[in-house]
Design a protein around this ligand. Sequence first.
Ligand SMILES: *[C@@H]1O[C@H](CO)[C@@H](O)[C@H](O)[C@H]1NC(C)=O
Length: 146
Amino acid sequence: MKDLKGIAVFYLCVALTLSIFPESSAKWAGLDPTNWHVHVVNGLGGGKQLVVHCNSDVDDLGIHNLGPGGDFNWSFHVNIPGTTKFTCDWRAGNQHAVTDVFWKESEHMWLRDKCDWKECFWTAKDDGIYLKDLKTNRDELVHPWQ
Ligand SMILES: *[C@@H]1O[C@H](CO)[C@@H](O)[C@H](O)[C@H]1NC(C)=O
């Protein structure tokens, strides 16, 4: 009987937490209601073209040729187990890189914090692939060209 009360109190607390903190509790429950938006940008110098090919486990987003300043972007909701992942193949002249641009995180919310829980900006520059820290509005080098 005592155990049953304990379990009831526990679920009451969970329900209360869910109603008071819907966003953080959604993360806690492994659900993410965010409408994520990912950008792939040509920030190369010298008028160079960027060729990007992005995929998830289920979608092929196609091959995109971006001129200087070009922005290829898409939005999505993560799947229920939260395993949604996007990978891009980047080519600029004879430079090449393959990088994940969105992935599952559980302990550290590094990517999600950089994207300020809404929008990720990945930019190809002359020395590699940068991710914008949306809070400071600064591009940070994450992957040098391979
Ligand atoms: C996002 O992509 C659309 C085309 O799908 C384009 O018109 C728009 O300019 C892009 N967004 C930005 C910020 O460049």
